[in-house]
Design a protein around this ligand. Sequence first.
Ligand code: AKG
Ligand code: FE2
Length: 464
Amino acid sequence: MSEILGICRKLLEPSVDLNDFETVRRNYGSRDREIPFVPKISVEEFFERFLLPNKACLIGESLTSDWLARRDWVGEDGKPNWPHLRQRYGETKVPVADCEQVEYGSHVKIEMTLNEYLDYWQDDIRTRSDDVAGSRRRILYLKDWHFVRVFKDSPIYHVAAPFQSDWLNEYWDASGTDDYRFVYMGPKGTWTPFHADVFRSYSWSTNICGRKRWLLFPPGEEVAFRDRFGSFPLDVTSDDVKNSGQFPAYEQATQPIVVIQEAGQTIFVPSGWHHQVENLEDTVSINHNWGNACNVVYLWKGLKDDLLEVEKAISDCRDMDDYHTHCQVLLRSHSGLNYPGFLKLILTVGSQRLDKMEKFLQQLGSESNTAGEADRAASTRVMTEQLCCSSERQLKFTGNHWNLFDLTCMRLVLQDVLAQSLSEAFTEQEQPSIMEASELLKTVTNCTLLFLNAHTTPEQCTRT
Ligand SMILES: O=C(O)CCC(=O)C(=O)O
Ligand SMILES: [Fe+2]
């Protein structure tokens, strides 16, 4: 993992800013359009081959073979285990999208019980026919069901090691307000329109049963699909997009990268990749939106772009009182997070990482303090070697987080956040977070440099 140290070193140079993250990352991997299939993958390999270069991959069944859902939610015929799902969760209300009704640029959402949804689905299987177009009454897709939030004590799956460093859900869990963990299920033919995930988050998605076809577009390729008003079509495969009056840039459109995802397989969708998804069979899947040090720069940039869009949309209200706070309210409903929310996320994750780092450094310090004076030089040398060495343990002493890398990227983002004129975007009650953020920036800078150089005593790395 000496690469991580190398990257941190580059990113910690005083002149480096947010845009350099991109350069360091791009140096790291090629941007070819091939989506590798990896039968299994370690945390380290995933970090280097996919997270850092922001590349997609498809991972084999081994990642999820011990999930209870793979056993209990699937019948012998490979279809959903209807009696089991009904018995456990039948009375629960679930969100359902009507794939044939569009309102405000997305499928209309309704709510029903899971039993009602499964009635529809089983009836659909009995009555649908492959050859008669339009023979189906409705195409209903159960999606964005916050399963873990509702059934906390039902461990039907766990997050695989490569996806465990997840600042978004870590923050939502700490604040107790939301989460981005979902169950999707729907008959063959249900589909999700063209989109990129909420504020440039990553997604991982595992098929419990069934198959999906993913159409993927690396960042930038989506531009060709904007219509003359700047909006995206729901379906990039429809003939409508070929109308050059409506879609003036379509000529430049690239072919999608197509991935067929089988039962048990997991797809990783990187930050800012647009995608459109169709269930080729009756399918149940679990997905999380997530983010960490590798894409926090994009999350922040995404939020800044979204704010510009909000400001443009209500530019005629620019003179009203509290215009900026109002923009933040709209930003929150448009993007799921606003500037104060983002700062809270950083403060939460930052303080958890610093706690661990302090403990770790203190432990090393006390190890060296117990040594006699004669051994002091030797033990300082050992400590320095431990900190400098590229061993994973030193860089990853909290679960699957690369702690030094987390703090390094956090520093870049904090610097940029604090460079914005924040005061107007924050209400009076939220103002203290700005102070807290500048304190955090100082401590993080201090800590990362100390950790990286590792020529100092741990006491110097206490909070300011
Ligand atoms: O499975 C689907 O229908 C859509 C999933 C998706 O968009 C995602 O995981 O990001
Ligand atoms: Fe998505």
